[in-house]
Design a protein around this ligand. Structure first.
Ligand code: BGP
Length: 469
């Protein structure tokens, strides 16, 4: 089977991870500009001040993507380039940059797929309560409107938010992301609700403009599977999926929160402060959602625990997605299993989990339109005689594209696949050591770009529409 001609083969990045130019051309300071300077917060003190200098080298990068035959490029807009203080005065140079980036994509026939929020929040909003403050929601809607009006004539695919669970859980439970707060579930759930409300309002504004494009959001897709058939671990699976999938997907796709989770939160005293108007807006916006973006890296294997379970210390290393941590409520923990395969960073490699998870999703939400907006292998790529031989990445993407095909055959409505990432970039908590790209960046040699083995391989996949996978 070939992938249909309307299926988009793409690759993704995010502003803070690639752009650099942190204070160039009137950009405001963000939460991440500040957070990465706090000792111990990132791997070996790495930050995105320069990143891979995509801001100044975007033409070269887009030309390479075009050479690869990439049909679409998913990138994010840095809010603080557009509105340096978060609200108010627009920075024209920021608008100019994204116009140039979008036009460069279009010049090469690459479809721009734009994320409005990939975690870098203008610092004044961060200081004023971040996503706990409803004013941040108003500011976000203002920012989204500026973007729709400035870019919506050429951008026909908008993603409102990237991975709410990550920036809120790491922001308010483990403290590994800004604002660096630990163990505060009340704040965590409040922040998620405020983000869903912001998403809903942005959708309503977008539809008013009649731009004839599509809008949705990207969530982590990490379906939970019980480690065995025991009743208690089956319960752990249900509980984990309710909290990690339904809490995030239901408000977006169904316009309401899952009863199971709300009931649990009532018992724990963590129900967010929400108004009827907010809940109505979320309900009103759900049918306006055009697609859901899924970022799939790995499933979760879960096991029920009791109060005697000893948690690991809350460190950066323990917040980077490897299994072993308990859930915030101490009901279950994620498990590393002997019979599974893992990456060097202990992320499970499971194309099978992808297929089963997609089946679960279809059973719950029907044939919603999906894009795989991230999937890829973080690795330390071997260099042999000057060539970047990232064969494990080729195998990883191959197997996950086969999984996407299988899911499409099962009637799952997937319209595109974006590898993470187009080019090597800054990993939020793992620095430049954990590479994901098709394009290598030589940090020892003036950030020179080089094509990896996977670059040539993906080019062939696209040219043959995956016929030989
Ligand atoms: C996702 C983020 C990306 C990227 C990716 C890989 O959660 O949306 O921005 O960072 O994960 O993560 P890591 O760099 O931690 O391996």
């Amino acid at each position: 089977m070939k992938f249909s001609n309307e299926f988009l083969f793409g690759a993704a990045t995010a502003a803070y991870q690639v752009e650099g130019a942190w204070d160039q051309d009137g950009k405001g300071i963000t939460n991440w500009d500040e957070f990465t300077k706090i000792p111990g917060k990132t791997f070996e003190g790495t930050n995105g001040d320069v990143a891979v200098d995509h801001y100044n080298r975007y033409k070269e990068d887009i030309a390479l993507m075009a050479e690869m035959g990439l049909e679409s490029y998913r990138f994010s807009i840095s809010w603080a380039r557009i509105l340096p203080n978060g609200t108010g005065k627009i920075n024209q140079k920021g608008i100019d940059f994204y116009n140039k980036l979008i036009n460069e994509c279009l010049k090469h026939g690459i479809v721009p797929f734009v994320t409005l929020y990939h975690w870098d929040l203008p610092l004044p909003l961060e200081k004023d309560g971040s996503w706990l403050n409803k004013k941040t929601v108003d500011a976000y809607v203002e920012y989204a409107k500026v973007c729709f009006e400035a870019f919506g004539d050429r951008v026909k695919h908008f993603i409102t938010f990237n991975e709410t669970v990550v920036f809120t859980a790491l922001g308010y439970l483990t403290g590994a992301h800004p604002p660096g707060i630990t163990n505060d579930p009340k704040k965590y759930f409040q922040a998620t609700h405020n983000v869903f409300y912001a998403h809903a309002r942005a959708l309503i504004e977008y539809k008013k403009l009649n731009q004839y494009g599509e809008i949705g959001l990207s969530h982590v897709f990490s379906p939970a599977f019980s480690i065995d058939d025991s009743e208690e671990n089956q319960f752990a699976q249900l509980h984990a999926n309710q909290f990690n999938t339904n809490w995030f997907y239901d408000p977006i796709l169904l316009g309401r929160y899952p009863e199971y989770v709300v009931h649990e939160l009532e018992k724990l005293g963590y129900v967010p402060e929400w108004t009827q108007e907010e809940l109505d807006t979320i309900a009103q916006a759900a049918p306006l959602n055009d697609f859901m973006g899924l970022n799939y890296y790995q499933p979760q294997r879960v096991e029920k625990i009791d109060s005697s379970f000893q948690s690991k210390e809350l460190t950066r290393e323990n917040s980077t997605g490897s299994p072993g941590n308990p859930s915030f409520d101490g009901v279950y923990r994620t498990v590393k299993m002997d019979d599974k395969r893992y990456t060097k960073w202990d992320w499970e490699i499971s194309p099978e989990g992808f297929v089963s998870g997609l089946k679960m999703l279809k059973e719950q939400y029907g044939q919603i339109k999906l894009y795989i907006t991230e999937n890829g292998l973080g690795d330390e790529d071997p260099i042999i005689e000057g060539e970047i031989c990232d064969i494990p990445r080729i195998n990883f993407i191959n197997d996950h594209l086969v999984a996407v095909k299988a899911a499409i055959d099962n009637g799952v409505n997937i319209k595109g696949y974006y590898a993470w990432s187009a080019i090597d970039l800054l990993s939020w908590l793992n620095g430049y050591k954990k590479q994901y790209g098709f394009i290598y960046v030589d940090h020892q040699n003036g950030l020179e770009r080089k094509k990896k083995a996977s670059f040539h391989w993906f080019k062939d996949v696209i040219a043959t529409r995956g016929e030989n996978l």
